[in-house]
Design a protein around this ligand. Structure first.
Ligand code: BGC
Length: 457
């Protein structure tokens, strides 16, 4: 069958899904998120429980990844399993991870392993977690232990997932554990996590010279609700700088500078301490100046009634589906880092229980990735969040990001339409006219311009 017109991705492009241990494995009771759940903070009242039961049966879901011809898969390790009490290591837990990684490799799926994805062992949290610079030592010791144990089965590492989300949600907005609302602490945690990344980077590099090491930030766009309003523009600009660019710049230069210009600290040896930039992109906010909202740096988030939305979640945190944002973020990360390293989209996804917006959203975002690549930005891979519905932090089971629907009661899986479309794209390493025609025909004109090959955005 002729594929018709086609948007190709570069040879060797990585296609996969991303997930995190706590959200998928089940049975994790030794970290601060479980305690948070026990304290009744999950908005839906749900329990993580067996989650997607990956501790027992991750390999069954790897079947789906293989069927979609994914050539990579990102998952995370649960520190509280590997080091359940301070300085005591559980070799059975490491063996379980070894088994998963070997299983992926057997399927020719490159494992991409995140060493920290939001959860801390309880003993580490009791010590103050990342509020205390001295605790970075414990994180790096854990990382070294993992590399010693798994260096022969994985070479692609994400040290820390989204230090900006962990710090701001946990220490400024109070939505994640430990539920603090303290800007100074949030910035301290962010700084310490950036330093933890840098130290982990050198620790891994010295043990495994051939590895690929990076971290990922969550990039959210902040646009003025009213572009003509000076105040809206100002608060949107401040939010974007604090959330996206301050951490990126700190990682690049080692200088942690707050938007007002004050130096909040130095991060020794930061410059060059990464092999790629991990980009997690989901949405944008429009921001309206609000003099009463001090914790939100005087910006209130509004969503245009015309916007296509993800399912909002109980805290309304999942907003507009805004594909152009993918291109804007990639371009900005590339520009701000002087194009010094390749980029991977380590997460991009949509909460859409009915799967009636996701196929279109995936296509539109991938078109933007392709546009970035065509304009010379070295994007080397795309990881969709996520493979199978999983426990969504403070929203519990209320929102669904999976390509595959999961009933957590019965553990029954049903692939959504998005899964088969994503699989076809991965298999073709391209967006073909044929795929667009069958899944989202209304996009044919937008994706393949009148000239046949030209991409219109
Ligand atoms: C996090 C994931 C989360 C996803 C959807 C990302 O910021 O890394 O753990 O499930 O967003 O909210």
């Amino acid at each position: 069958m002729s594929q018709g017109r086609i948007l190709r991705f570069p040879q060797g492009f990585l296609w996969g899904t991303a997930s995190a241990a706590y959200q998928c494995e089940g049975g994790n009771r030794n970290n601060q998120w479980y305690r948070w759940e026990q304290q009744g903070h999950i908005l839906s009242g749900d329990e993580c429980g067996d989650a997607a039961d990956w501790w027992q049966r991750a390999e069954d879901d790897f079947d789906w990844a293989e069927q979609m011809e994914n050539n990579a898969l990102r998952l995370s390790l649960e520190w509280s399993r590997i080091e359940p009490t301070e300085g005591h290591w559980d070799s059975a837990a490491l063996d379980r991870y070894r088994h998963m990684l070997l299983d992926l490799r057997r399927r020719r799926i490159t494992p991409v392993v995140t060493l920290h994805h939001f959860t801390d062992p309880l003993w580490f949290a009791e010590r103050g977690g990342f509020t205390d610079e001295m605790n970075i030592f414990f994180f790096v010791r854990y990382v070294q232990h993992v590399i010693d144990a798994l260096h022969d089965v994985c070479t692609f590492w994400v040290t820390i997932n989204e230090p900006n989300v962990y710090a701001f949600q946990g220490y400024l907005f109070g939505a994640f554990p430990p539920g603090k609302q303290d800007l100074k602490q949030a910035l301290l945690v962010l700084r310490n996590m950036m330093q933890a990344h840098v130290e982990a980077f050198y620790a891994i590099r010295s043990k495994q010279p051939e590895s690929l090491i990076g971290y990922c930030l969550h990039y959210r766009l902040f646009d003025p609700a009213n572009p003509l309003s000076f105040l809206d523009r100002s608060v949107a600009g401040v939010q974007e700088r604090v959330f996206n660019w301050t951490p990126l710049q700190a990682g690049e230069t080692g200088r942690f500078i707050f938007p007002a210009g004050s130096l909040l600290g130095q991060i020794p040896r930061a410059a060059g301490a990464r092999d790629y930039h991990g980009v997690n992109y989901y949405t944008r906010d429009r921001v309206h100046f609000d003099p009463l909202l001090a914790t939100g740096t005087f910006g209130r988030r509004v969503i245009s009634p015309k916007a296509v939305r993800s399912d909002p979640g109980l805290d309304n945190s999942f907003g507009e589906i805004y594909p152009e944002g993918m291109y804007r973020v990639l371009k900005e990360v590339y520009r701000r880092t002087n194009g010094n390293k390749p980029l991977y989209i380590t997460e991009n996804g949509f909460s859409d229980m009915q799967d009636d917006r996701r196929p279109r959203a995936i296509l539109e975002h991938l078109v933007m990735v392709q546009r970035a690549i065509s304009s010379g930005i070295p994007v080397r891979g795309y990881f969709h969040w996520t493979l199978v519905d999983n426990f969504e932090w403070n929203n519990g089971w209320h929102v669904r990001f999976g390509l595959i629907d999961l009933d957590p009661q019965t553990q029954r899986r049903s692939p959504r339409r998005s899964a088969s479309m994503f699989g076809e794209i991965c298999r073709a390493n391209a967006i073909t006219e044929n795929i667009v025609e069958r899944y989202v025909p209304e996009l044919l004109g937008t994706i393949f311009g009148a000239s046949g090959r030209e991409l219109r955005v």
